[in-house]
Design a protein around this ligand. Structure first.
Ligand code: PHE
Length: 454
C-alpha cells in the first residue's frame, strides 16, 4: 500500500494506475456492446453528436465533481455525502448510487457472461466457415438455453467478487495497466478489417452522417443515459475511486484523460461494428445481441480470425471485469464502511444478492422473455431505469451538491491540490456545474420521460 494519505486506507499507487483504474471502470461493455446497440436503435449519426456533446458539456464536469467529493471526504459514496454535509439528506444521493450499482451489475453481468461464452466459442473455433445465418443461430441457441447464460454470469460474478475481496490496489490496478492498451490495438485491427469490407461506407455514413429528423425526446434521453453509463458517472463509482486517489493527483486532467479514452474506444467500436453491419446485411437496430452477431461474422472473414476472436473476447471479458469491479466496489465500500462489515463479508453479501437478481435479468432475455412491463422485459427495465433515469438524476444532484453546497472555495481547494495547481478554467467549470449541467440534465430528463414537451 504505497503512498496513501490515510495510512489505514488502500489507495492507488501511481498516476497511471489511477487513470488505468478509472479508465478500466469507464471502458467496458458500455463502449463495445451498449454504445453500438443503442446508437443503432437510435438512428446513428444524430445520436452520436448528442452523445459527444453530453460527454463534453455534462460528463466531464460530473466526473470531476465526483472525484472532488470522493477525494475530499475519503469515504464511500454514501459516507462521503454524510461527512461533507452532516445532518443534511444529501447522503440519499449516495444511497441511490448504491441501489443503481445493484441494478447495473445485475444486468451487466448477464452480458459479461456472454463474453465468457463467446471466449469459449472462440477457443473451440466455432465461428470460422459459418454463414451469417448460422452465426445468428449460434447466438439464438445460446440465449434460449435456460442454464448456460446464467452459469457464465455466476462465474463472472465470482471472478468480480474474488478480485474486489483482494482490495482496490492489488486487485484493480495491476490488470488494467497492461490490458486496456492491448484492447485498443485489437479494436483498431478490427476497424481496419471492417473498413475493407464491401459496402463499408454505408456503415460509416450511418454512424457519422447525422439525420436530424431522427432526433426525438427519447433519442436525446438515450444519448444522455449512454454518456453517463459509459463514463461510469452518476452513481458514485468515481466518488468511491476518488477516495482512493492521492492528494497530489490532478483530478481535472484525470477526468479529461479518462473521458477522452472512453469516448475514443466507443467510436472505434462503432467503426468496427457498423461497416460490418451493413456489409453482412444485419439490421443496425438488432438490439442487445448486435455485437455478438456482427463480430463473429467479421472474425470468420479475417485472416487470423481465430486468434483475433480469441484475443478480442478475452480482452472484452477483462474490460467488462474492470468495470464490474468498480460497480461492486461501490456496494462493498458502503457495506464495509457504513454497515461496519468486514471486507470479506461485505463482498460475499453484495455479490450473492446481486447475482440472485442478475439471474432473473439473464432469464428475461431467454426463457422468461414474455414477462414484460411497459413492453420491456426485466433486463430492459434494469438497463433503462438505471442508465436513463438514476444516473442522470444522480449526476444532477452531484453537480448541484458540488456547485451550490460545497461551493467554489472548497472545490478549487480540492481541484488545485490545496493551491499547488493553477486552475485557469475554474470559472467556466463552476458556471457549468451550477447552471448549464443541471439545467440541461433536467430538461433532457423531463422531456424524455414526458413531463415536459419540447
Ligand atoms: N462504464 C462502464 C462501461 O462502459 C459501466 C459502468 C457503469 C461502470 C456505471 C460503473 C458504473 O462498461
Amino acid at each position: 500500500m504505497a503512498g496513501g494519505n490515510l495510512p489505514s486506507r488502500d489507495s492507488f499507487s501511481s498516476k497511471f494506475g489511477i487513470i488505468a483504474a478509472a479508465a478500466g471502470s469507464a471502458i467496458g461493455l458500455g463502449n463495445i456492446w451498449r454504445f453500438p446497440y443503442i446508437a443503432g436503435e437510435n438512428g446513428g449519426g444524430a445520436f452520436l453528436i448528442l452523445y459527444l456533446a453530453f460527454i463534453f458539456v455534462i460528463g466531464i464536469p460530473v466526473m470531476m465533481s465526483e472525484l472532488t467529493i470522493g477525494r475530499r471526504a475519503q469515504l464511500n459514496a454514501f459516507g462521503s455525502f454524510k461527512k461533507l454535509a452532516p445532518g443534511k439528506p444529501w447522503y440519499l444521493v449516495g444511497f441511490m448510487g448504491v441501489i443503481a450499482a445493484f441494478m447495473i451489475l445485475a444486468f451487466y453481468s448477464t452480458i459479461a457472461g456472454w463474453t465468457l461464452q463467446y471466449l469459449y466459442l472462440s477457443i473451440t473455433d466455432a465461428f470460422s466457415g459459418k454463414t451469417q445465418v448460422e452465426l445468428t443461430q449460434v447466438y439464438d441457441t445460446f440465449l434460449a438455453s435456460s442454464y448456460m447464460p446464467s452459469i457464465w454470469q455466476l462465474i463472472f460474478m465470482l471472478l468480480t467478487g474474488w478480485i474486489v475481496m483482494a482490495g482496490v490496489k492489488n486487485g484493480i490496478e495491476k490488470y488494467t495497466k497492461i490490458l486496456m492498451p492491448l484492447l485498443l490495438v485489437i479494436i483498431i485491427i478490427l476497424d481496419i478489417r471492417a473498413l475493407t469490407l464491401p459496402n463499408s461506407m454505408d456503415g460509416l455514413t450511418f454512424l457519422f452522417k447525422p439525420d436530424f429528423s431522427k432526433i426525438t425526446a427519447d433519442v436525446v434521453l438515450e444519448a444522455l443515459g449512454q454518456a453517463f453509463f459509459s463514463l461510469s458517472i452518476g452513481m458514485g463509482t468515481l466518488i468511491t475511486y476518488g477516495s482512493y486517489i492521492r492528494k497530489d493527483n490532478n483530478l481535472g486532467s484525470t477526468a479529461i484523460s479518462v473521458s477522452l479514452a472512453d469516448t475514443f474506444i466507443a467510436i472505434l467500436s462503432g467503426v468496427a461494428i457498423f461497416p460490418a453491419v451493413f456489409a453482412f446485411g444485419i439490421q443496425p437496430d438488432a438490439g442487445t445481441g448486435l455485437v455478438f452477431i456482427v463480430l463473429p461474422n467479421l472474425f470468420s472473414q479475417m485472416t487470423g480470425g481465430y486468434i483475433f476472436a480469441l484475443l478480442f473476447f478475452l480482452l472484452l471479458s477483462v474490460a467488462a471485469l474492470t468495470s464490474t469491479i468498480s460497480v461492486l466496489e461501490v456496494v462493498v465500500a458502503y457495506f464495509s464502511e457504513e454497515l461496519k462489515m468486514s471486507r470479506k463479508k461485505a463482498t460475499v453479501l453484495a455479490s450473492v444478492s446481486i447475482a440472485f437478481i442478475g439471474v432473473f435479468a439473464t432469464l428475461s432475455l431467454g426463457p422468461l422473455k414474455d414477462y414484460t412491463l411497459f413492453d420491456k422485459n426485466f433486463f430492459e427495465i434494469l438497463d433503462f431505469t438505471s442508465a436513463n433515469i438514476m444516473l442522470p438524476l444522480g449526476g444532477l444532484l452531484i453537480v448541484v451538491f458540488v456547485g451550490w453546497y460545497l461551493g467554489k472555495d472548497k472545490v478549487s481547494d480540492e481541484l488545485s491540490n490545496q493551491g499547488a495547481l493553477k486552475l485557469p478554467l475554474m470559472g467556466i467549470f463552476m458556471f457549468i456545474i451550477k447552471f448549464i449541467a443541471p439545467i440541461a440534465i433536467a430538461i433532457v430528463f423531463m422531456n424524455g420521460i414526458g413531463l415536459l414537451n419540447l
